[in-house]
Write a protein that binds this ligand. Structure first.
Ligand SMILES: Cc1ncc(COP(=O)(O)O)c(C=O)c1O
Length: 379
């Protein structure tokens, strides 16, 4: 069977990106953010490759079910898993999962901490605390630091497995953005308070991609043992255009589809749902991808390139198909059944696509549905 549409994932590019991250963050360990199915690239094959070929030992998931899947499918391999947001510690059956499957929930409120401290089976369970230093989403209140330290001491805990903070504006300058400066200062104060109180911090981390790209929160600069890159592992930078960074990644994926049919059109002739008129005489290529694949209607208007011709997505994207309008010079040159690359063929085409569609790389990756098979390549 010929493929319909597919996401070709170049594992070597992940290796390259990890190498770049390690160059920037030197002594810091990489806690590999693999949530949302590896940012849409397929969690299991990527994690397997990262563990066996790149020496990655820690992964970040968002939900307990992602973590459980990772543990079950890669049961023979040695690695740690953190669950960052949907930890569901209040459900008794999950406590069992955390204990027996060696999964670490990231604690972000005092009642979760109390639960761990007061549950006998969790007496020796690693405590991982995330503070809200200014993101204002999940996280412990920095004002509660003395209270938290006291609770730990009362329960004979002398160390924290991992202390975490997360930036709200890592795409902006780490030195000029005032929220970034404040978050960094607060995190330093929290770390100091724990240490001054005799609580050992076994691991600390503050940096996601944007922050790593600016060499903040790396061991050399702030003493943090870990960095937590996500997007940059998959290639794109997450920095705003005016912010200088040290990372030039390789896009990991190529989104390919193929042309179902081509036909000539005259100016004003209509195509697809809602009958959109063509702007000029030209050629329509019908691509075998649509919103049933996670390729959205709002992508209409974006430019795509094929055989040196610039096309534009015209009209409404359908569930299974997308129409691309090409100038009349493409007639006879672009034909049915050709493989059509949507992004990943030329430098910058993915970011251009994101900008034109007013989306962000995170969203475009994660939106791709399982109907698009992920195919893995190792050159
Ligand atoms: C706590 C935490 N750390 C790290 C990351 C990775 O972020 P990024 O993909 O921007 O590197 C995320 C992603 O949302 C996160 O929630």
């Amino acid at each position: 069977m010929k493929f319909r549409s597919r996401l070709v994932v170049n594992l070597d590019h992940i290796a390259y990106n990890v190498e770049q991250i390690r160059k920037i963050s030197k002594e810091s360990h990489v806690l590999f953010m693999i949530k949302a199915d590896g940012y849409g690239h397929g969690m299991i094959p990527i994690a397997r490759y990262a563990i066996t070929e790149l020496g990655i030992k820690e992964f970040g998931c968002a939900t307990i079910s992602e973590a459980l899947k990772l543990r079950e499918e890669l049961n023979e391999l040695e690695f740690d898993i953190y669950v960052f947001s949907d930890i569901q510690l209040e459900l008794l059956e999950n406590v069992d999962i955390y204990l027996k499957r060696r999964i670490i929930p990231v604690i972000s409120n005092v009642s979760e901490l109390d639960y761990i401290l007061h549950t006998a089976e969790l007496k020796n369970f690693p405590i991982c605390l995330k503070f809200n230093t200014g993101m204002n989403r999940l996280g412990l209140d920095p004002n509660d630091t003395p209270l938290i330290v006291n609770k730990l001491k009362q329960h004979g805990r002398t160390s924290v497995h991992h202390l975490i903070s997360h930036y709200a504006n890592a795409s902006a300058s780490m030195s000029e953005n005032q929220t970034n400066v404040l978050q960094r200062t607060r995190f330093e104060e929290i770390k100091k308070f724990f240490r001054d109180s005799g609580i050992q911090l076994l691991r600390t981390s503050q940096s996601n991609s944007g922050s790593v790209e600016q060499k903040t929160g790396v061991r050399e600069v702030s003493g943090d043992t870990h960095v937590r890159p996500g997007l940059m592992l998959y290639g794109p930078s997450s920095l705003n255009q005016n912010v200088a960074g040290e990372f030039k990644g390789k896009l990991v994926s190529v989104l390919e589809t193929y042309i179902l049919r081509v036909f000539e059109v005259k100016k004003g002739e209509v195509v697809g749902y809602n009958s959109t008129p063509c702007p000029e005489d030209g050629l329509i290529a019908i691509l075998a991808i649509g919103y049933g694949d996670g390729f959205f209607n709002r992508y209409s208007g974006a430019h795509l390139y094929h055989k040196g011709f610039e096309g534009v997505i015209i009209g409404r994207v359908s569930m299974d198909m997308t129409h691309v309008f090409f100038p009349k010079e493409a007639i006879g040159k672009i034909t049915a059944h050709e493989i059509f690359t949507i992004w990943g063929k030329s430098e910058g085409d993915f970011l251009k696509f994101c900008m034109e569609t007013k989306t962000i790389p995170y969203e475009v990756f994660c939106a791709l549905l399982p109907r698009i098979p992920r195919v893995y390549r190792l050159n």
